[in-house]
Design a binder for this molecule. Structure first.
Ligand code: GH3
Ligand code: MG
Ligand code: MG
Length: 374
């Protein structure tokens, strides 16, 4: 049940990401469709200029300029909005509205240009409408429904009109463009399925990669960083502090007589103690600190921009919090601490940890449940 819920949650997340990816692609491809449809109308108007009333052409181009401007404004708003607000819920409907408006004007205008019964003009108009349909396939490849609606609005009015004309040539042209449209609509299904699959696979791979890399860096028992991840980040922080002359301190802690806890209460009780101490450490750290389980019952905290006196105070606070920790069955849990600060002789973070380890050894030798400073 738990696994099922997890899978449902993951699938829902991936579905939402794929929908956002499709929206992004739609907007990225839109520059060509917006400009292309207006340029095609301009060219068609120019070609028909001598054959049709100028007023009709100008009226059509005027309306198209308005709808094109609307779409340009929408694109500009989208690309200037913060990326986290570019969600399908916010943008899909707006896009649909501007698309339907401009495709209707285009298709309606094309129908109007058919009116004087001149075959050459009709052929020209149909040719342009077919061209628009082909470009819709690539421009709206992420949204099959948009491709179909824009083909329907641009191509259908003039094709259907031709179908009801008396001349066989006109009927033939209308029928041919309808057959063509049905082929194109069929092809868009394969294209959009392939697109969807590519987006989904990419997102699934990203998801699997993030889980794998999180698992490779995390200590399973406590949820803290594991040794490798701790040293990876600690090295960077060490270099950063050294370069910028910032104080850097480290705390190392080791649970006292942990072997005795394991032997007396069992390994599982020992694991539970480790989890609880991991949680106490987690609560005590700031965002800029790095902490990890170095192995067994040994933990380390690297405190950025922290002088040794502050580090010592934090070690003491943590030591007392651990000593107060109520653990089931197990009583009197304590830990010993070694504290060290970066100095001029240290070459790297390992030497710093080494200093803290020596101090920790002293804390153990002096009777445990205490903090020693290097
Ligand atoms: P000291 O006070 O000197 O540190 O004594 P100690 O007993 O804590 O130290 P020692 O190094 O002798 O024992 C550490 C024990 O921690 C031995 C090992 O079995 C146990 N241990 C290491 N990893 C785990 C773990 O993941 N779970 C549990 N339950 N025990 C572990
Ligand atoms: Mg120990
Ligand atoms: Mg130990």
């Amino acid at each position: 049940m738990h696994l099922l819920e997890f899978q449902h949650e993951r699938d829902a997340l991936i579905r939402a990401q794929v929908r956002t990816d499709r929206l992004q692609l739609l907007f990225r491809q839109s520059f060509f469709s917006v400009l292309g449809s207006f340029l095609a109308a301009l060219m068609l108007g120019w070609l028909c200029w001598g054959r049709i009333e100028h007023e009709a052409i100008l009226y059509w181009l005027g309306l198209l300029s308005l709808s094109t401007s609307l779409r340009v404004v929408l694109l500009a708003m989208y690309f200037r909005s913060p990326p986290e607000t570019r969600t399908p819920q916010r943008w899909e409907l707006k896009y649909w509205l501007t698309l339907v408006l401009s495709a209707s004007i285009w298709g309606g205008g094309a129908l109007a240009l058919m009116q004087p019964n001149v075959l050459l003009t009709q052929t020209l108009v149909l040719l342009f409408a077919v061209g628009m349909s082909v470009s819709a396939v690539s421009c709206y490849s992420a949204y099959r429904s948009m491709t179909i609606v824009s083909i329907g609005l641009v191509l259908l009015p003039c094709s259907l009109w031709l179908l009801f004309q008396p001349a066989p040539t006109q009927i033939g042209m209308g029928a041919a463009s309808l057959v063509f449209a049905s082929f194109v609509v069929g092809a868009t299904r394969k294209l959009s399925d392939a697109m969807e699959k590519a987006f989904r696979l990419t997102r699934e791979m990203e998801y699997a990669h993030s889980i794998a890399s999180h698992a490779a860096q995390t200590d399973e028992l406590t949820g803290l960083k594991n040794r490798r991840a701790f040293f990876q980040q600690a090295e960077q922080t060490y270099e950063h502090c050294k370069r910028n002359r910032l104080p850097l301190s480290v705390l190392m802690l080791d649970i006292d007589h942990f072997k005795y806890i394991n032997d007396s209460y069992g390994h599982q009780a020992g694991d539970q103690v480790l989890r609880q101490i991991g949680a106490v450490i987690c609560e005590s750290i700031r965002d800029i600190d790095i902490c990890g389980r170095l192995g067994g019952e040994e933990f380390a905290l690297l405190l950025t921009n922290t002088p040794i006196e502050v580090a010592q105070a934090r070690a003491e606070a943590l030591r007392q919090a651990i000593a107060r920790l109520p653990c089931e069955h197990v009583e009197g849990i304590t830990a010993s601490f070694g504290v060290a600060a970066m100095n001029a002789i240290d070459q790297d973070v390992h030497m710093l940890l080494n200093d803290a380890d020596k101090a920790l050894f002293r804390a153990k030798a002096q009777g445990r449940n205490q903090t020693a400073v290097a």
